[in-house]
Design a protein around this ligand. Structure first.
Ligand code: SAM
Ligand code: SF4
Length: 327
């Protein structure tokens, strides 16, 4: 069992399958992309399975989210998912995607053992979606979401990052989507761990303002529907709606008190806190032939850089963005 110095039990791993992406969301990446990690430095499928089996699962990290970059770009993903799902003790297997390639993969991922999925979608307007993502086709994402629901991935959540001045007029449209379809919308405050200049220009909308907007129009009950994997979200429901609405407020409230997560980057570095620069080279250790005990000790040591409360990385250089860490 992994417990940090502040008595938080660490049970949840966010694992990045690639730092590459087929989109360039304005808040996440510059238009020209980033310097990609060379292929030979990226975790191989066998390495991922070995690390889960011999390091993370024995330490009690039984909840896993596959992310990126864009995880659906990874070749042979359904095979990797089925190997991961077959590992004894893996209790929760989820994935976060931009949804562009989801329609063609949803059934295979579900059959391979993926349980649930989060799809990022920041606008319901095709032109605006293309502008935010710098070229994304919303139709593909809408089809992907429909196929994911039909394939039995449950819950299917839609992550909407609220961008002041761009999509903050669509809050009610997203909320009303939950009236007729079993989608679970999660509104997320925009963070500075991406394109810093874009964030400084726009800042963020505190979720309290969104809650007020929706409540005034429709009323909002505190969510009673059990939805797996809510993490730091506060969950509500419009009376009679099929889906739920959640609010994730990394900027206006931090969730450090209840943080149960660590991250593994696509090049195999452990990051105990999104806001801290410290990393531990787990893949390097594996490739040098270290024992499971040595690697487990490295993970334990990494918790030393997990602060009780972060300070937004004040004064620290941001040397990896969200897509490079596995947001
Ligand atoms: N490419 C996949 C996707 O977009 O869902 C997975 C990786 S992406 C980095 C994971 C999540 O981080 C997405 O929901 C995205 O909207 C969010 N994200 C990226 N940059 C962000 C920022 N600056 N503030 C808030 N959320 C951000
Ligand atoms: Fe790609 Fe996801 Fe970043 Fe958008 S948020 S650029 S889809 S990694």
């Amino acid at each position: 069992m992994l417990i940090d110095a502040h008595d938080r039990r660490i049970t949840y791993l966010r694992l990045s399958l690639t730092d590459r992406c087929n989109l360039r969301c304005q808040y996440c990446m510059p238009a020209e992309g980033l310097n990609w990690i060379p292929h030979e430095a990226v975790l191989q499928d066998d390495e991922i399975v070995t690390l889960l089996e011999t390091v993370f699962l024995p330490l009690g990290l039984q909840k896993l989210r596959l992310t990126g970059g864009e995880p659906l770009l990874r070749k042979g993903l359904p095979d990797l998912v089925s190997r991961i799902a077959a590992l004894p003790g893996m209790t929760d297997l989820a994935l976060t995607t931009n949804g562009i390639y989801l329609a063609g993969l949803a059934e295979r991922l579900r059959a391979a053992g993926l349980q649930r999925i989060n799809v990022s979608l920041d606008s319901l307007k095709p032109e605006r979606f293309a502008e935010i993502t710098r070229g994304g086709d919303i139709e593909k994402v809408r089809q992907g979401i429909a196929r994911a629901v039909a394939a039995g991935l449950d819950p299917v959540k839609v992550n909407m990052v609220v961008i002041p001045g761009t999509n903050d007029d669509e809050i009610l449209d997203f909320a009303e989507w939950t009236l007729s379809e079993k989608v679970h919308v999660r509104f997320i405050e925009m963070m500075h761990v991406g394109d810093r200049n874009f964030f400084e220009e726009r800042k963020y909308v505190p979720v309290e303002a969104l809650i007020t907007t929706i409540r005034e129009r429709h009323g909002l009950d505190v969510g009673t529907q059990p939805v797996t994997g809510n993490g730091p979200a506060r969950i509500f429901q419009i009376p009679g709606a099929l889906g739920t609405i959640g609010f994730i407020s990394p900027m206006s409230h931090t969730f450090c008190d209840t943080c149960n997560r660590i991250r593994l980057t696509a090049d195999g570095q452990i990051k105990a806190c999104l806001m801290r620069p410290e990393e531990q080279d787990l893949l390097g250790l594996l490739r040098r032939g270290a024992s499971p005990e040595e690697m487990q000790q490295l993970v334990r040591n990494s918790l030393g850089s997990k602060p009780e409360h972060h300070d937004w990385g004040a004064g620290l250089p941001i040397h990896r963005t969200m897509s490079q860490i596995g947001g």
